[in-house]
Design a protein around this ligand. Structure first.
Ligand SMILES: NC(=O)c1ccc[n+]([C@@H]2O[C@H](COP(=O)([O-])OP(=O)(O)OC[C@H]3O[C@@H](n4cnc5c(N)ncnc54)[C@H](O)[C@@H]3O)[C@@H](O)[C@H]2O)c1
Ligand SMILES: O=c1ccn([C@@H]2O[C@H](COP(=O)(O)OP(=O)(O)O[C@H]3O[C@H](CO)[C@@H](O)[C@H](O)[C@H]3O)[C@@H](O)[C@H]2O)c(=O)[nH]1
Length: 330
């Protein structure tokens, strides 16, 4: 398949590019490089620098590369930033996704894989969340993705498109062969922040809220290794290619760790101290989000291979250390 990977110069999309090549498909990266990096696109993979909101350029790219499927990763994704700038998030994540879908319809692209998020669920109970749980996002980021999910469902029904929407829980880790990893500048994600603190790149870090109704008072998340997550995307594309029906699936392991447990794991794996100060709650944070991952396992045959927090931390640590050795200030 010729696959347009929007956001393919970013963290998760970059792993998709590698996995598509490994599986014998042809990725084409479409990215505006707002948070992605030109150098992260492997040699030989076409890179179109542009915005998914540019209808003409997207359409031309779909046609000239004879694209069979779109994997749509391009988005802004920092929860507190979305609380401060909802209009920016609805524009980039929702309005521009509409433009992308319109170009897909115009070019006759029939297969679409979409990066959604567990942030669409909001504050659920402490039970693992199934896909049919009520959607009640707590942040404009989550709402921007929910709206796009709805739009994709309706566009697909009207225009003979089939899709898989993947709701990611918390993604972390790096390619085990260190071909790619998280490069976000001024990172806000917990595991990356804790590792940067262990490596002495930050003097200390903050735990956002210690008074949540959880056993140790800190929020609980379901951390999934990026390599397992991307394996699910390749399965999703191949499912669509076989004529499989549209679906929404959760991507998580089905068990969660608290913020304090994650920081403790970073201390153990790195053998370094991590100074973590207690701070106040961060706006838009749900208490607990853990996936019920039964559907993706049964319908796509997905079997995680790296379901272990220490392994996730170890791969992230190796990647971060390599960035430092190469003096890449990310
Ligand atoms: N990282 C996580 O834990 C997580 C969790 C749930 C969902 N997601 C979703 O996964 C996807 C990828 O996230 P990531 O962690 O790789 O982030 P990232 O910032 O590394 O990658 C996003 C990429 O999209 C590009 N981009 C953004 N807006 C664009 C636009 N309008 N046009 C063209 N390119 C654009 C950026 O330059 C970047 O390369 C996003 O859709 C995000 O919502 C991520
Ligand atoms: O310096 C930090 C960073 C984070 N946290 C906490 O750690 C948890 C995880 O935070 P973070 O790594 O920022 O991820 P989330 O806010 O849970 O969001 C991620 O996971 C969501 C799915 O669950 C995705 O939708 C988002 O795109 C992705 O950023 C939260 O309780 C944060 O308050 C801290 O205490 N200190």
């Amino acid at each position: 398949m010729n696959v347009l990977v929007t956001g393919g110069a970013g963290y998760i999309g970059g792993h998709m590019v590698l996995a598509l090549r490994d599986a014998g498909h042809n990725p084409v990266v479409f990215d505006n490089l707002s948070t992605g990096f030109r150098w992260s696109v492997p040699e030989g993979v076409p890179l179109v620098v542009g915005d998914v909101g540019d209808h003409e350029l997207v359409l031309r790219t779909l046609q000239s590369h004879q694209i069979d499927a779109i994997a749509h990763f391009a988005a802004k994704l920092v929860v507190p930033e979305s609380v401060a700038d909802p209009l920016g998030y609805y524009l980039n994540n929702t309005v521009k996704s509409r433009t992308l879908m319109a170009a897909a319809v115009a070019a006759g692209v029939e297969k679409f894989v979409f990066s959604s998020t567990a942030a669409v669920y909001g504050n659920a109970s402490d039970k693992p969340l199934g896909e049919d749980a009520p959607l009640a996002p707590l942040s404009p980021y989550g709402s921007s993705k929910q709206l796009t999910e709805v739009m994709l469902r309706d566009v697909a029904a009207a225009h003979g498109m089939r899709y898989v929407t993947l709701r990611y829980f918390n993604v972390a880790g790096a390619d085990p062969a260190l071909r790619h990893g998280q490069c976000t500048e001024n990172a806000t994600h917990l595991i990356k922040v804790a590792i940067q603190t262990a490596l002495g790149l930050r003097p200390h870090m903050e735990i956002f809220g210690t008074d949540y109704p959880t056993p140790d008072g800190t929020c609980i998340r379901d951390y999934i290794h990026v390599t397992d997550l991307i394996a699910a995307h390749v399965l999703a594309l191949e499912h669509l290619d076989r004529g499989g029906e549209s679906m929404v699936v959760n991507c998580g392991y089905g068990h969660g760790y608290s913020v304090s447990e994650v920081i403790e794991t970073v201390r153990k794996v790195s053998g370094k101290p991590v100074e973590a100060r207690f701070g106040s709650r961060r706006p838009g944070d749900p208490v607990t989000i853990v996936a019920d991952s039964g559907r993706i396992r049964s319908r796509l045959g997905w079997e995680p291979r790296l379901d272990d927090l220490a392994t996730i931390v170890e791969h992230s640590l190796r990647w971060e250390s390599m960035l430092r050795e190469r003096n890449l200030k990310l």
